[in-house]
Design a protein around this ligand. Structure first.
Ligand code: HEM
Length: 466
């Protein structure tokens, strides 16, 4: 196995001939050791020195270009025929120059049938059927279910008056909603959570966890192929597919799993970042308590200042060409710097308060692979409901101690991993009573609460009996 420190880049950044402004040649070291703490201050000096595209060396000396200019990033994202999302075009990977144990490999490793790596008609076929399914999610049902899951989780830690927000709340909540969206009963979703966390941690247990998850999703696919229900898996199998044949079981499994991972990962980060903002930023907290900003506005602001997905790996030029101030070779790795591009002074809506309402941020990406509109709508329902419920029941949350906030992952995939808070529990807000005296969903209906309307089943079964 190659030692990461011995990776030799096959290319070096080549600046274009003088354009009037000096351009630096040496790449920036952007590995976990080189950069600690806040990334916010990094980008501006780079913009001055390098322009909208920065040659970087990632962990293990792996070379890449970080796209930090707003306009350039949109350009790259919108031209699939020039900048492919398929990592099999990455020259360093193809040539075996990236070690098997490179920590960022899971972010780029090609997965068959995942929309992320596809382009053209094949991409449109899979994305289309997924998006048409997500469009049918009933907002009120999704909100009620999220609220119910939120209440169950909060009830576990509320009596203690303290919690670690990421592990106890922000991580399990969206996962449980996404698993229910696929069609798993709530209890099966809860049983699956430890395996999902083992998979995400990697290490020796990950392989067994992966088998456990594949097995459960595989069985769900077989069951729904035989008899559809009101869920996403049934839609992927039996729903109308524009532009190609019906999806195979493998495609359904991969697409379902992509939805769980993309959906839960993004929403977890968003919930955590928004609560962090409220807890750590005295000014925002005061505005919120005074009713001058809403939860929705604070959450929109975090899309600008601290997006859940900071960087996306990646895009791969299919031919050599100019990008920013550099000649970028064919097969280079381009990292989409979403957080950096959001901060580009060219578009950044400074301190005037517009970031609370302006939605032209890049937190959901851009171009043909931008997070589907229906997925963004679901993220908003789940994320906002989760934060609102948390604040209703956990009054004036405060950081527990000096180590209360921690970030993990690499510089590229940077996530909040710990947010330990204390709060005053609001027992009045603990249970949402309904006319029947049960909680918002009714305990007994928890497994069978649907996120999709009854008409979806009619549509799917009539298609079967045609
Ligand atoms: C706040 C929450 C979320 C954030 C920040 C987020 C962010 C993103 C970003 C940045 C991309 C673009 C990746 C690229 O360019 O390669 C993306 C794509 C995607 N997201 Fe989201 N996402 C969120 C929630 C969701 C949810 C709830 C779902 C599903 C229910 C979802 C499903 C997807 C899918 C399927 C793609 C791939 C689209 C394609 O390749 O065509 N996301 N998301």
């Amino acid at each position: 196995m190659t030692n990461p420190s011995h990776v030799r880049p096959h290319h070096r950044a080549a600046p274009l001939p003088a354009t009037g402004c000096p351009v630096r040649l040496e790449p920036v070291r952007l590995d976990s050791e080189a950069v600690q703490g806040s990334l916010a201050d990094l980008y501006e000096p780079w913009r001055e020195e390098y322009g909208p595209v920065v040659p970087v060396e990632l962990d293990g000396g792996v070379p890449a270009f970080l796209v930090i200019g707003h306009r350039t990033l949109r350009e790259v994202c919108s031209q699939e025929s020039l900048y492919s999302p398929d990592s099999r075009n990455w020259a360093d990977l193809q040539a075996g120059r990236v070690p098997d144990d490179w920590p960022l490999l899971p972010q780029v490793a090609y997965q068959e049938g995942s929309t992320r790596f596809l382009s053209g008609p094949e991409h449109q076929r899979l994305r289309g059927v997924l998006a048409s399914g997500l469009t049918q999610v009933e907002a009120a049902s999704a909100r009620r279910y999220t609220e119910w899951v939120a209440d169950r989780l909060i009830s576990r830690f509320a009596p203690k008056g303290r919690t670690e927000v990421v592990a106890d709340y922000a991580a399990p909540l969206p996962l449980l909603v996404m698993l229910r969206l696929l069609g798993l009963p709530h209890e099966t979703g809860e049983q699956l959570l430890p395996a999902i966390f083992r998979l995400l941690e990697g290490g020796p247990e990950a392989h067994r966890a992966n088998e456990e998850i594949s097995d459960i999703i595989g069985r769900l696919v077989v069951a729904r192929r035989a008899k559809p229900d009101r869920d996403l898996i049934s839609w992927l199998i039996h729903g109308p597919v524009d532009g190609g044949p019906a999806l195979s079981d493998l495609e359904v499994r991969n697409l379902a799993w992509l939805t769980v991972m993309a959906g839960a990962g993004g929403t977890t980060g968003w919930i955590g970042n928004a609560i962090e903002r409220l807890v750590c930023d005295e000014q925002v907290h005061t505005l919120f308590l005074a009713g001058k900003v809403t939860v929705a506005e604070i959450m929109n602001e975090t899309h600008w200042s601290n997006p859940a997905v900071q960087n996306v790996m990646g895009r791969y030029p299919l031919r050599e060409g100019r990008l920013g101030n550099y000649h970028v070779p064919k097969g280079a790795l381009l990292v989409l710097g979403l957080a950096a591009a959001n901060a580009d002074p060219e578009v950044h809506v400074d301190d005037s308060g517009h970031t609370f309402t302006n939605e032209s941020h890049l937190a959901f990406g851009a171009g043909p692979h931008e997070c589907p509109t229906a997925a963004q709508r679901l993220a908003k329902i789940v994320g906002q409901t989760a934060v609102e419920r948390f604040l209703a029941r956990c009054r004036t949350p405060r950081l527990q101690d000096a180590d209360a906030v921690q970030h993990g992952g690499s510089v590229i995939v940077r996530q909040l991993t710990r947010l330990a808070v204390t709060f005053g529990a609001d027992t009045q807000a603990a249970v949402r009573p309904t006319a029947s005296g049960t909680d918002a969903l009714g305990e007994s209906s928890r497994s069978s609460h649907y996120l999709f309307p009854p008409r979806m089943l009619t549509q799917l079964t009539s298609h079967l009996t045609d």
